[in-house]
Design a binder for this molecule. Structure first.
Ligand SMILES: Nc1nc2c(c(=O)[nH]1)N[C@H]1C(S)=C(S)[C@@H](COP(=O)(O)OP(=O)(O)OC[C@H]3O[C@@H](n4cnc5c(=O)[nH]c(N)nc54)[C@H](O)[C@@H]3O)O[C@H]1N2
Ligand SMILES: Nc1nc2c(c(=O)[nH]1)N[C@H]1C(S)=C(S)[C@@H](COP(=O)(O)OP(=O)(O)OC[C@H]3O[C@@H](n4cnc5c(=O)[nH]c(N)nc54)[C@H](O)[C@@H]3O)O[C@H]1N2
Ligand SMILES: [Mo]
Length: 760
C-alpha cells in the first residue's frame, strides 16, 4: 500500500527542534493551502483564550510562550484546517473497494469530510443523505438491537462535554460497552497505578518540574510525540538535573534539543543535552533494569548502615505510608545480577550508576509512555517504577511523583467524565438519581474484547466517535474480514480513513466539526473543555470557519442519535444541552462535584484548573489504605520465552504521523525518508540471519497459535537497537499482533514486544 518511490535512510545528526522542525512546519502549511489563516490560528494554540491543541495531551503552562505549539502540533492544526474537501463528488467517483487500495496518507490527505453519507452496498459507494435520515435510521436500528451487542467507541479527542453525553447515552440505552483509545494506550496506567498508589492517573503537575532534582524517563519518544515537553526538559537540563533515560532506541529528542522559539539557540547556539544517562534497555527489559537499580539502592543502604550513616531508603515514609515492603525487599535481594543483566541487556555498573545518582536526589519524577504500558507484563513495569519511587518517598511531595505522558489531547478527560467500560470507575448511583434510571452494572467490552466479539459474531453494531479502529487494533486484517458481518456501523469523523471503507449492512459516515472549528449553537459561539496529562482542565474556543455548512458538532450528533433511540426523559435535556454547552458542564459538575467545582467559572484559568488527586497528598485510595510495593512475577515484561529465531518486534510511531494519520513517509529524527516499510535491526542480527542491509523480507507472527499472520515487503535497515529486538512502524505492522497478546489486566495490546520471525 505504501509507495516507495525514493526511499532513503541516513542518520540524523541534528537536535530535535531546531531548523529542521521549522522547515517541516512550513512545508506542511504550504501543502494544506491555508498558510496565512493557519499561521494566525497557531498563535492561539494552547493559550488561555485560545484552543487546545488537537495533538498530544501534554500540560499547557499558565505563562505561555508567544508560540505555544510544536512542530507536530502545528502539523495537526494544519491537517484539520485544510481547504481540501472530500465530499459527494469524490465519493461518486470512487467505489470503496477502489479506495481500499489507497494508503492511509492518501485517504486523509484528500481533505475534510463535508457531507453526511450513507453506504449504498449495491453500488459499493457512499451516497449523500440528509442528517435527519441518518439519525432516524440509526435510531431505528439501535431500537431493534440488543444494547449489549452494540459498541460505542471513542478516540481520545472528543471534548469533556461530548464525552459525558456519549457515555450517558450508552448507559441510558443499556450498556457499558464504552471502549476508547485508552484501551490501547494508557489503560495499564489506570489499572497499575490504582493498585500501587490509589490514583489511576499521574500525580505530578508542571510545578513539580521546577522543583525536581532527578528524572527517570522510560519508553516515551518526547521529540516526536509530546515536543512541548522538551521545553520543560530543557529547563531541567539547564538546571543540571540528571535525566536518566531507558529506551531500546537512541531517540533524538531524548538526546538533544534546540528550542525553535529561542533565537540565540537557533542562530548557532549549542543544542541542550537532554539525557544525562542513556540506557539502551532491551524491549521488555525494564522490570529487570529497575530491579537492578533497586538492588543497587539496597546495597548502598546496607553500606550506609554498616558505616552508621544515614541510609538511602526513606524508612519513615516506608513505615508510615507503604505496605508490602518486606516481600518486595526479599524479592529484590533474591535476584542475581547475571539474570538482571541478561533480561535487561544492561550492565550492572550502568544500573549502579543510575542508583548512585538517584540516591543523591531529594525529589524524583518517573516519566513513561507506551514503551512500558504496551507489554504483557505492562502493569508490572509500572509497579516497578512506583516501587522505585516509593523506596525514597518520591510520591506525594513537591518535585516528585509519577508522570505518565498521555496520548490524545482529551483521552484522560474522557475517562474522568464516564467513558469507561469498567462501571466501577463511574458514579452510577449518582447518575441513577440525577437522570432517574437504572444504569447497567455489568462490565462492558474493552477494545480487544470488541475484536474478539466481532470475530465470534457476538458484536452487532459499532459507533465510532473518531479514530481509525480497524487500522489501530491488533489482528487488523482478521477483524476487517469479520467486520462486514455487523448489522450497523456509524463513523463520526473529520477525515476519511480505512475504517470507513469496511462497513456493516447499514452504514453512515458522519462529518463533524473539529476543535479548531467555530461551533455556533443557538446563535452563540460555544466553548468546550479538555483535561491534560497532569489533570488540569482547560477551556477551548474554536474560531476557524468550518469548511462546509453541513458539518454538525459532536455534542449535536450524539444528542440527535440519543433522541432518535431513547424514549423521552425530561431529566435529560438533550436540546438544551446542545443549545448551550455550559449546561452540560453544569450537569458534569452535578455528577462530579468534587472534581468539577465551579466548572464554568474556572474553565479558562491560565494553565487550567487542577483536579484533586489524593495520592498527591499521601492519601492512598488502595485496598490496603497504603501505597503498595508490588513484586513482579519475573524479570521479563514480554510474556513469552526467547527461542532461536524468535525476535521481539517493537511497533513505533514516526515523526511524520499522528497515530494512523500519516502526514508523510519521512521520519526525520530516525533518518528515514520516503518509506515506512522497514525493519530496524541490529547489525549483528542481520549477519546472524544471513541478511544484508536493504534486503526485502517478510515478518511472520511467532505467537504460537495456528493463525498465519504476515507483513511482506519490509526492508532491513541496520540500526542501533539491542540484539534480539527489531523495530517496525505502527500501523503497518499491526497485522502481526494477535488480539489476545495484551497486558494482563488492562488488556492493552502488547505492541512493544510482539514475537515474530523473519522469512527472507
Ligand atoms: N506527533 C505525534 N504525537 C503523538 C502521537 C503520534 O502518533 N504522533 N500519538 C499520541 C498518542 S495517542 C500517544 S499514546 C502518545 C504515544 O507516545 P509514546 O509513548 O512516545 O509512544 P511510541 O511512539 O509508541 O513509542 C514509545 C517509545 O518507547 C520505546 N520503547 C519501546 N519498547 C520499549 C521498552 O520495552 N522499554 C522502554 N523503556 N522503551 C521502549 C520506543 O523506542 C519509543 O521511543 O503520543 C501522542 N502524541
Ligand atoms: N501496533 C500498535 N498499534 C497501536 C499503537 C502502537 O503503539 N502500536 N498505539 C495505540 C494507541 S496509543 C492509540 S491511541 C490508537 C489510536 O489510533 P487511531 O484510531 O488512529 O486514533 P486517532 O488519531 O484518534 O484516529 C484518527 C482519525 O480520527 C478522526 N478524527 C480526527 N479528529 C477528529 C475529531 O475532532 N472528531 C472526530 N469525531 N474524529 C476525528 C479522523 O477521521 C482520523 O482519521 O492506536 C493504537 N494502536
Ligand atoms: Mo494513545
Amino acid at each position: 500500500m505504501d509507495d516507495k518511490r525514493n526511499p532513503k535512510i541516513e542518520p540524523y545528526k541534528g537536535p530535535a527542534g531546531g531548523w529542521g522542525s521549522l522547515k517541516s512546519v512550513g512545508s506542511i502549511l504550504a501543502r494544506e493551502k491555508a498558510p496565512l489563516r493557519t499561521a494566525r490560528e497557531l498563535m492561539r494554540q494552547n493559550k488561555a483564550d485560545g484552543f487546545m491543541c488537537v495533538s498530544c495531551a501534554w500540560a499547557k503552562p499558565a505563562d505561555s510562550h508567544p508560540f505555544e505549539f510544536c512542530e507536530n502540533g502545528a502539523k495537526a492544526t494544519a491537517w484539520e484546517m485544510t481547504s481540501e474537501e472530500t465530499g459527494p463528488e469524490f465519493f461518486a467517483a470512487h467505489t470503496l473497494t477502489e479506495l481500499l487500495g489507497w494508503s492511509d496518507h492518501e485517504l486523509e490527505q484528500h481533505g475534510r469530510l463535508t457531507h453526511p453519507m450513507r453506504y449504498d452496498r449495491a453500488a459499493d459507494k457512499y451516497v449523500p443523505c440528509e442528517w435527519s435520515e441518518a439519525f432516524a435510521a440509526i435510531g431505528a436500528e439501535l431500537k431493534q438491537l440488543d444494547p449489549k451487542s452494540t459498541i460505542f467507541y471513542a478516540s481520545g479527542r472528543a471534548s469533556l462535554e461530548t464525552s459525558y453525553m456519549y457515555a450517558l447515552f450508552a448507559r441510558l440505552y443499556g450498556h457499558n460497552n464504552l471502549p476508547d483509545s485508552s484501551n490501547m494506550c494508557h489503560e495499564t496506567t489506570g489499572t497499575a497505578l490504582k493498585k500501587s498508589v490509589g490514583s489511576p492517573v499521574g500525580t505530578v503537575t508542571l510545578e513539580d518540574f521546577d522543583k525536581t532534582d532527578c528524572v527517570f524517563f522510560f519508553g516515551q519518544n518526547v521529540g516526536s510525540n509530546s515536543p512541548r515537553m522538551l521545553h520543560s526538559l530543557q529547563k531541567l537540563s539547564q538546571r543540571g538535573v540528571p535525566i536518566i533515560t531507558f529506551n531500546p532506541l537512541r531517540e533524538r529528542g531524548l538526546e538533544s534539543f534546540k528550542n525553535p522559539q529561542n533565537p540565540v539557540q537557533m542562530l548557532g547556539g549549542k543544542a541542550t543535552r537532554i539525557s544525562s544517562q542513556y540506557h539502551q534497555v532491551k524491549a521488555g527489559g525494564d522490570i529487570a533494569a529497575i530491579m537492578g537499580i533497586c538492588k543497587a539502592l539496597f546495597a548502598l543502604d546496607d553500606k550506609a548502615a554498616s558505616q552508621n550513616q544515614q541510609g538511602v531508603l526513606d524508612q519513615s515514609f516506608i513505615a508510615e505510608h507503604t505496605h508490602g515492603f518486606e516481600e518486595f525487599a526479599a524479592c529484590v535481594r533474591a535476584q542475581e545480577w547475571d539474570a538482571i543483566e541478561s533480561a535487561s541487556g544492561l550492565k550492572r555498573a550502568a544500573l549502579e550508576e543510575a542508583a548512585r545518582v538517584y540516591a543523591q536526589s531529594h525529589a524524583a519524577i518517573g516519566i513513561y509512555g507506551m514503551g512500558l504500558t504496551q507489554h504483557h507484563f505492562g502493569e508490572h513495569n509500572l509497579h516497578m517504577i512506583a516501587n522505585l519511587l516509593l523506596l525514597r518517598g518520591n510520591v506525594g511531595k513537591p518535585g516528585a511523583g509519577l508522570c505518565p505522558v498521555r496520548g490524545h489531547s482529551n483521552v484522560q478527560g474522557q475517562r474522568t467524565v464516564g467513558i469507561a467500560d469498567d462501571p466501577k470507575l463511574v458514579p452510577l448511583d449518582r447518575l441513577a438519581e440525577q437522570y432517574g434510571f437504572d444504569p447497567p452494572r455489568e462490565p462492558g467490552l474493552k477494545t480487544v474484547q470488541v475484536c474478539e466479539g466481532v470475530l465470534n459474531g457476538t458484536v452487532h453494531a459499532f459507533i465510532g466517535l473518531g479514530g481509525n479502529f480497524l487500522r489501530a487494533v491488533p489482528d487488523g486484517p482478521r477483524v476487517e474480514k469479520a467486520w462486514r458481518g455487523l448489522r450497523l456501523t456509524v463513523q463520526i469523523a473529520t477525515k476519511l480513513n480505512r475504517s470507513h471503507l469496511i462497513n456493516g449492512e447499514v452504514a453512515y459516515l458522519l462529518p463533524c466539526l473539529g476543535r479548531i472549528d467555530l461551533d455556533v449553537q443557538n446563535g452563540k459561539p460555544q466553548a468546550v473543555s479538555t483535561e491534560d496529562s497532569t489533570s488540569c482542565i482547560h477551556g477551548s474556543f474554536g474560531k476557524h470557519k468550518p469548511i462546509s455548512e453541513h458539518l454538525l458538532s459532536e455534542p449535536r450528533i450524539v444528542a440527535e442519535m440519543a433522541k432518535a433511540t431513547l424514549a423521552p426523559n425530561p431529566k435529560v435535556p438533550w436540546d438544551e444541552w446542545v443549545a448551550d454547552y455550559s449546561k452540560v458542564r453544569d450537569a458534569i459538575e452535578q455528577t462530579y462535584p468534587e472534581q468539577f467545582k465551579d466548572f464554568n467559572k474556572r474553565m479558562f484559568t491560565p494553565g487550567g484548573f487542577h483536579r484533586p488527586n489524593a495520592a498527591r497528598h499521601r492519601q492512598w485510595k488502595t485496598e490496603t489504605g497504603k501505597a503498595n510495593f508490588i513484586a513482579p512475577p519475573g524479570l521479563s515484561a514480554t510474556g513469552f520465552e526467547d527461542a532461536p529465531g524468535r525476535l521481539r518486534l517493537v511497533t513505533l510511531r514516526s515523526n511524520g504521523q499522528f497515530n494512523t494519520t500519516v502526514y508523510s513517509n519521512d521520519d526525520r529524527f530516525r533518518g528515514v525518508y520516503d518509506t515506512r516499510m522497514i525493519v530496524f535491526m541490529n547489525a549483528a542480527d542481520i549477519a546472524h540471519f544471513h541478511l544484508r542491509d536493504g534486503q526485502e523480507i517478510t515478518l511472520v507472527s511467532d505467537a504460537g497459535d495456528d493463525v498465519h499472520r504476515e507483513v511482506r515487503g519490509l526492508r532491513v535497515v541496520s540500526y542501533d537497537i539491542p540484539q534480539g529486538c527489531i523495530g517496525g512502524y505502527y500501523p503497518e505492522c499491526n497485522a502481526l499482533i494477535p488480539y489476545w497478546h495484551h497486558a494482563q489486566e488492562s488488556k492493552t495490546p502488547a505492541a512493544k514486544s510482539v514475537p515474530v520471525r523473519i522469512v527472507a
